[in-house]
Every structure is written in C-alpha cells, then in structure tokens.
Design a protein around this ligand. Sequence first.
Ligand SMILES: Cc1cc2nc3c(=O)[nH]c(=O)nc-3n(C[C@H](O)[C@H](O)[C@H](O)COP(=O)(O)OP(=O)(O)OC[C@H]3O[C@@H](n4cnc5c(N)ncnc54)[C@H](O)[C@@H]3O)c2cc1C
Ligand SMILES: NC(=O)c1ccc[n+]([C@@H]2O[C@H](COP(=O)([O-])OP(=O)(O)OC[C@H]3O[C@@H](n4cnc5c(N)ncnc54)[C@H](O)[C@@H]3O)[C@@H](O)[C@H]2O)c1
Length: 448
Amino acid sequence: MAASYDLVAIGTGTAAKIVVMRAQAANWRVAIIDSRPFGGTCALRGCDPKKMMIQGAKALDHAHRMQGKGVEGEVRIDWAELLRFKREFTDPVPEKHQAMFSDKGIDTYHGQARFTGPNRLEVEDQVLEAQHILIATGAEPATLGIPGEEHLIDNEQFLELATLPPRIALVGGGYIAAEFSHLAARAGAQVTVLQHGERMLKPFDPDLVDWLMESFRDQGIDVRTQTNVDAIEKTASGYRVRTSSNGETGTVDVDLVVHAAGRKPALKALNLEAAGIETEKGRLSLNEHLQSTSNPAVYAAGDAAQVGPPLTPVSSHDAKVVAANLIDGKRSTPNYKGVPSVAFTIPPIASAGLDEAQAREQGLKFRVSSQHTHNWFTARQAAEPVYGFKIFIEEETDKVLGAHLVGPNVDEVINVFALAIRHGLTTTDLNTTMFAYPTGASDIGSML
Ligand SMILES: Cc1cc2nc3c(=O)[nH]c(=O)nc-3n(C[C@H](O)[C@H](O)[C@H](O)COP(=O)(O)OP(=O)(O)OC[C@H]3O[C@@H](n4cnc5c(N)ncnc54)[C@H](O)[C@@H]3O)c2cc1C
Ligand SMILES: NC(=O)c1ccc[n+]([C@@H]2O[C@H](COP(=O)([O-])OP(=O)(O)OC[C@H]3O[C@@H](n4cnc5c(N)ncnc54)[C@H](O)[C@@H]3O)[C@@H](O)[C@H]2O)c1
C-alpha cells in the first residue's frame, strides 16, 4: 500500500527544508526523503564545514601578516584539530534535522528516491504517492570524461581528510579550487591549480581577480590557467596528472587530485522518464514558476533546478517561490536581482548585481568607480596588501547596478551592496547612511 501525501520533497538541504516546513505549517501532510544523512550540502559538505576550516587558515594568515607588527611566535595549522573543530558543527546536523522533521510530524524516509509514475515514488521498498513532488536533490560533481577520473576525490572527501598530503592538485579554477587551495596552502601543502579557463574565478570581476592573485602567489600556489587536465594515472607514490596547455603537454606529480571542475544537477537516480519529467541538456525543463513543463505535479528548487546560480541564498529564495506557488496558490517567479556571492579566499572576493558585460548587454548607461586601495586604512590595519573595488552606477538614476570587492571584510560589506541593488538604493542613500567606524562598511562612501 502506498503512503499518501500532499507534498513529498526529495532532498533535505536548504531548498527542501524550507518548502516542507512551510507546507507543514499550512497543515499539509508532508514527507521528506534523503539518500544521505539529513542536512544537505551546505551544512554537511559545503559552505559551513568549509568556512569552519578556513577560520583556522585565516587565523594563521593574520598572525603571519602581523609578524613584526606586535605579534610574535610561530603559529601552525593542526589539521586533525581543525577537522575536530569542524565536526563539532557537522556531526550533530543529521540528528537535529531528523528531530526537527519528526517533531513537526513530517514523515522521514532514508534512501534513494525513484519515480515510478507521475505522482508516485519508491524509496527502498516503500511506495509514496503525492499530489505535489519537490525535486531538491542538489548537485553533484560533473563527469569529466577523462581517463583516471575515478582517482579524483570530491569536496566531501577533501573536507574529511584525516591528514593533508604534502602535494595536492585541484582540477578546475572556480570557487572550490580557490577556497581549498588557500586552505591547503596555509596548512602546509604544495598546491597546483589546473584551470582550463583563461583565469580563475570566472564569476568575479577580472581586474579584482588579478589583484587577488597576489595572495595565491604569496602562498606559493601554482596556478596554471589555460591548462586542460587530460588524464590522471596512479603511480607508485601517488598520482600523475597529464595536462595540455596551448599545444604543449605536461605532467604534475601529486599525492592527491581534487575535483573542483563544476557541479551539475543531481538527477540521474530519479528515473524522471517514469514521471514524464522532461530535461534538456542535463537540466530539468521548468517554467518561470519553477514547475516542470511536462508534469505539473512536480516543482524544483536550488541546485537541482539551477535556474539561478548554485548558491545557498538562491536555494532558499527558490524554495520560498515554490512554497508561495504551492501552498499560497500564487504564481510567483524567482527574482535573482543583486544575488551576493563570496569566494572565501584570504582575503575574500565578493560580488553582487551586474558585472560590466551584463550592464553593457542591457544597454545601460553607467559610470565605473574602481580603485586598487591597498594603501587605505582598512587594508593597513589588517596588514592585508590586497584591497580594491569596482562599482557600476547608473548615470541617470545614480542607482548601484553592480558591486565587486576584494579584500578584508568584503564578505560582509557585499551584503550592504546586495541590499542597495535589490531595493534600488542610490549613491545618495548610501552616502547619507552612517556606518560604524572603522569598519569595512565605513569605506562605502569613498567607493561610490
Ligand atoms: C564545497 C562547497 C562549498 C560551498 N560553499 C558555499 C558558500 O560558501 N556559500 C554558498 O552560498 N554556497 C556554497 N556552496 C553551494 C551550496 O552548498 C549549494 O548551493 C546549496 O547547498 C544547495 O542546496 P540545495 O538544497 O539545493 O541542495 P543540497 O543541499 O545539495 O541537498 C540535496 C539533497 O538531496 C539528496 N539527494 C540527491 N539525490 C537524491 C535521491 N535520488 N533521493 C534522495 N535524496 C537525494 C542529497 O543527498 C542532498 O542531501 C558550496 C558548495 C560546495 C560543494
Ligand atoms: N563560496 C561559495 O559560494 C562556493 C564555494 C564552493 C562552491 N560553490 C558552488 O559550487 C559550485 C561548484 O564549484 P566548483 O568550484 O566545482 O565549480 P565552478 O563552476 O566554480 O568552477 C569550475 C571551474 O573548473 C574549470 N574546469 C572545468 N572542467 C575542467 C577541466 N577538465 N580541466 C580544467 N578545468 C576545468 C572551469 O573552467 C571552471 O572555471 C559553484 O558553481 C558554486 O556555485 C560556491
């Protein structure tokens, strides 16, 4: 006999959690399924554990930068201790989620969900029927299609390494490569980044990325751009990564090779055909309400939908849109204006709103305010040589269109710009706001 629900959500990450809690609050009969421990990527394998470990690297980096400026003595990373610190947060997550769902009367299922009909799922040997089904299965590392791919470890395995090997290669040059290389280098590893694009961190402003590269060089991180990874071979002592760059072949010998080459919606195990759920190029075909174009019972949110950028605040925004559509009977659409994003390098790099190419494509008339400000007080008090900004401001309205920042505190300051962009604040609004001094935000007036 099938268990019957108003809503079944597949996934227990940011997106699924928000939708099921809202449905439960509306007295819907709800179930949630996960094939992995409950909690999703951000809490267990992504943002949060990564940030806890980067705190150690930040502390070490700051102590090093302050040497000869009133701070003395050697500081080093104890990887095992850092791992323990991280687990203080991650270990209780699955049980807390289980308890939170059970307390609310949400039925929980552990196992891989598989569609067997338009409104029907199987989890292990249990059958579930639902009026509505949410696909919030997140993303998984993209398949690279290269020989030796099986030797790659992923983000989860990297953040669980018992010891950090001395030589590490990262395949890819985006968020994961940038953050993990900064962490691993501070923890004493020799790190090589193999990026097939022209530069690292493509979603960020090219000039700011250039300024940030100084921090990669300072750490001895070997960044090889325009470099393709062609194969990974097991050797007696580790791995040999075969590369090609502008027609030249090369090799890198390391102890560990990490996948940092992008993530794709996790849809393979769902047996979507059985429910008539169409996909296009590996993505769900969705209408503007995040509803399947071919099965109206099905909605998607977050990394599984990948309509907006695959980031936690976007998963949470998508979930609110889906909840409004499902539960409140609205016809909401997502609005990704001013999504803030940070790569937690040391120092961090951040952006919100339009980049230069997008502003031009939209035919907007704008001025650019940009400076490399390593001599400003904010940089000097943190003994941080990398600090700079680029802000796009609409000529006619004086509204901030896009903000791009690199340097100390920008992971927080970007949120002020995100607010300004999303709510159409002008440079006058920002200039007439008092910001506590001396903080990162107190530089905003001088950036406009
Ligand atoms: C290393 C790393 C660091 C990151 N850092 C940041 C950051 O600092 N800031 C930020 O904004 N974003 C960050 N992200 C991105 C962020 O983690 C994701 O955008 C977000 O977690 C997506 O949430 P979600 O709910 O869509 O999916 P997820 O949290 O991935 O949840 C999907 C769940 O579905 C389950 N599932 C999948 N298939 C099935 C199935 N067939 N049956 C049952 N269950 C299934 C999975 O086990 C998983 O628990 C990071 C990602 C990574 C990998
Ligand atoms: N701080 C954050 O918000 C944060 C941190 C980590 C991850 N994430 C999310 O997770 C997603 C996945 O992260 P990611 O770093 O794996 O992907 P990414 O999309 O940020 O970067 C992947 C990079 O790998 C390169 N690449 C792809 N195939 C390659 C190959 N065969 N050889 C060499 N280079 C190759 C691409 O050119 C690209 O620059 C991101 O898109 C991001 O949304 C976010």
